[in-house]
Design a protein around this ligand. Structure first.
Ligand code: MG
Length: 393
């Protein structure tokens, strides 16, 4: 009887980053369960045409195009509807607090997700967190804000969805460590020397997951796994050194938890982001039944594991160092990474320059041990400026 459906009212969902990979898949799930969910607010950075098409299809209460130069275009295109159109980051932070909204899916890319996530916590919303950079940049602050709020964070990242599922019914004190799985990315088997000459096109060919450009490059450098370690550290209240990264190229086990009695729980599933999104949106009431392809014995016939190569992927070690240092260190690392990845995607720098830029930025940027929100904002801006200069040389 404890599995009785408590989800009797339709949930209004705000999708921040609706035109990105996670945003589009979230709209698939909302459309899959029309009796349970309604897209109430859609937010996009600059993909105006896709936002207009989504608005015509989902009929949300409101859409926001973050980049102001597209505002007139979107407003005019939706003039014949009763959909409210707004623009700018202040409008986003304001809109997520609307009392009609039940759940905020934060799927914006990078640092830009921070302000609206803080606003959603302030308004006590359920948050399906897809923007891992929020916890990387300001995990300490978010953790503090959550303690004073009714807001709950549900992870959308597949690894963190796995940890969450492994931890249902367990006591925190019984955790020995978290095993964070990584596919290893497109360069897992490439000799280290050849990383000097790989192109953005090479790095964008991820073996298992279909994702946006920024996170795909983060997977190729393994920065993504460093970010996920920091994300897990805050979501599950463990220390960085309680999290061990393991390379599992098939991406069938999405992560595992080892307990103090020697038992290990793993969560398995096909590498399809619809699964963790569906799980997060069903929380805390139930699993949402689906007609999507189910896993077969063949899918899990060969599961292999290896240790990550910290020498070939130095951003892994840098992420652990930043997490142990705390304060603004992870914020600086994230800012430098955003600039370096953008420069690499534009073929302005080499793949291996990404970590040189991050390392140099972290050396040059001042460190604040107990940052306020304003400190994070200033630290992010300062680190971006340093990284921009480094990327030009
Ligand atoms: Mg992930």
């Amino acid at each position: 009887m404890q599995f009785m459906n408590k989800m009797t009212l339709k949930r209004n969902i705000a999708v921040l980053g609706s035109t990105g990979s996670i945003g589009r898949q979230t709209l698939d799930i909302i459309a899959e369960y029309p009796d349970l969910f309604n897209a109430w607010l859609l937010v996009a950075r600059s993909s105006a045409d896709l936002l207009i098409a989504q608005a015509r299809l989902c009929r949300p209460h409101m859409v926001i195009i973050a980049d102001e130069q597209y505002y007139d275009y979107v407003r005019d295109a939706l003039e014949d509807t009763d959909i409210i159109v707004a623009t700018g980051s202040a409008a986003i932070a304001q809109a997520v607090t609307a009392p009609e909204i039940d759940t905020v899916v934060t799927a914006m890319v990078g640092y830009s997700g921070l302000e609206s996530t803080i606003a959603a916590i302030g308004a006590g919303k359920r948050i399906a967190l897809a923007n891992k950079e929020t916890l990387v940049v300001a995990g300490e602050l978010i953790d503090r804000l959550l303690k004073d709020s009714e807001s709950v964070l549900y992870p959308v990242d597949s690894e963190h969805g796995a940890f969450y599922q492994c931890l249902v019914g367990e006591r925190h004190e019984d955790i020995d460590k978290l095993w964070l799985t990584a596919s290893g990315g497109p360069f897992r088997t490439l000799p280290k020397e050849q990383l000097e000459t790989v192109t953005a096109a090479d790095a964008l060919k991820h073996p298992n997951w279909s994702m946006g450009a920024k996170i795909t490059i983060d997977s190729a450098t393994m920065m993504n796994k460093g970010f996920e370690m920091i994300e897990a550290r805050w979501l599950f209240g463990v220390m960085p050194d309680d999290i061990e990264i393991m390379v599992h190229p098939q991406s069938i086990i999405h992560s595992m938890v080892a307990f103090k009695d020697g038992s290990v729980k793993a969560q398995l599933g096909l590498p399809d982001m619809h699964l963790p999104i569906r799980y997060a949106l069903g929380l805390p009431d139930r699993r949402l039944a689906s007609n999507s392809r189910k896993m077969t014995l063949e899918d899990m016939a060969t599961l292999t594991f290896e240790r990550p190569d910290f020498d070939k992927f130095p951003l892994l070690g840098m992420a652990y160092a930043a997490a142990r240092t705390g304060g603004t260190a992870p914020c600086v690392m994230n800012a430098a990474n955003e600039i370096a990845v953008a420069a690499f995607l534009q073929d302005k720098i080499k793949f291996t320059d990404i970590y040189k830029i991050i390392e140099n930025t972290m050396e040059k940027a001042p460190h604040i041990k107990h940052p306020t929100y304003e400190d994070y904002v200033a630290s992010n801006a300062n680190a971006r400026a340093i990284a921009e200069r480094l990327a030009k040389h």
